[in-house]
Design a protein around this ligand. Structure first.
Ligand SMILES: NC(=O)c1ccc[n+]([C@@H]2O[C@H](COP(=O)([O-])OP(=O)(O)OC[C@H]3O[C@@H](n4cnc5c(N)ncnc54)[C@H](OP(=O)(O)O)[C@@H]3O)[C@@H](O)[C@H]2O)c1
Length: 271
């Protein structure tokens, strides 16, 4: 019998590529998104439904899970992929922007995880895949709030694996490097404060380098393949680097002293 996956943030980028990967492998897919009416193409595929799900709306999470179980009979894998970045100097950031960043990247991911757990416990099986980032293990200038959210996803996921073990529920952390998606364009939130010009110089240096990393990043299909592997390899492995030289960057970060690493980050982003 075909297995079923529910994916959040499936309208574009990594989420949409992951829908296509699982579908092509014969899975049933709930490709959830905030505005399914704007993205009718995925629902044309066999065994794909597109329930509405905004991770900031708990009722929509519960309803999307219920619709998926109703339609396919079960959910085997939940992929918490929805997320975006707030970019800009911390001092220029409106507190509401930071709250929204955490609501989506952290609290939304937690809500979706909590909502699926009764179903997974009842089955005594399930895989929770959380899309973090290399940015949960290393930091770049002007992304302070975004990094704080991905650091949170790392800690949350690592701790959660222990308490879910006895229910045969596995947790997986996906750590993409730069991936060429709407992340660096449409999805980005920018922090700017009228009259605050003190950061103009650093913004002018760093932003083009970050955009270049995005523009030359791996295609989202690379990350989709890693997510598929994480969901199907049967291992207890926790972390999966995924594209954009993520594996190499994470290894170098682990092996480097802070002062050497920071020199490299300055050279790569602030030159
Ligand atoms: N691209 C990279 O370089 C990179 C690197 C590391 C990690 N990541 C992570 O990968 C994940 C996917 O990003 P992407 O690169 O594929 O970017 P993307 O193409 O911009 O996709 C982001 C997705 O998240 C959805 N989303 C945003 N807020 C949401 C909410 N409140 N509820 C439900 N869905 C919401 C967006 O939906 P709408 O269409 O409705 O806006 C969109 O489908 C994110 O968690 C991101 O942090 C990306």
């Amino acid at each position: 019998m075909a297995k079923t996956v529910l994916i959040t943030g499936a309208s574009s980028g990594i989420g949409a590529a992951t829908v296509k990967k699982f579908q092509a492998e014969g899975w049933n897919v709930a490709a959830t998104m905030r505005t399914p009416e704007k993205h009718p193409e995925l629902a044309q595929l066999d065994r794909v439904i597109c329930p509405r799900l905004d991770v900031n709306d708990r009722a929509s999470i519960e309803s999307a899970i219920a619709q998926t179980i109703d339609h396919f009979g079960t959910i085997d894998v939940l992929i918490n992929n929805a997320g975006y970045a707030l970019l800009g100097p911390f001092e220029a950031t409106d507190p509401e922007q930071i709250r929204k960043q955490f609501d989506t990247n952290v609290f939304g991911l937690m809500e979706a995880s909590r909502a699926i757990l009764p179903h997974f416990r009842e089955k005594n099986a399930g895989i929770l895949v959380n899309v973090a980032s290399i940015g949960g293990k290393m930091a770049f200038p002007l992304y302070s709030s975004y990094h704080a959210t991905k650091w949170a996803v790392e800690g949350f996921s690592e701790a959660l694996q222990y308490e879910l073990e006895e229910f045969n529920i596995r947790v997986k952390i996906i750590e993409p490097g730069p991936i060429k998606t709407d992340f660096y364009g449409r999805s980005e939130d920018v922090a700017q404060k009228e009259g605050l010009t003190a950061y103009d110089r650093i913004v002018a240096k760093v932003v083009p380098n970050l955009k270049k990393a995005g523009a030359t990043g791996s295609p989202p299909e690379v990350t989709a393949n890693v997510i598929y592997k994480a969901a199907t390899d049967g291992s207890k492995k926790l972390r999966y680097p995924a594209g954009g030289n993520a594996g190499l960057l994470l290894l170098l970060r682990r092996l480097s002293r802070d002062k050497h690493w920071s020199t490299g980050i300055r050279a790569a982003t602030m030159r």
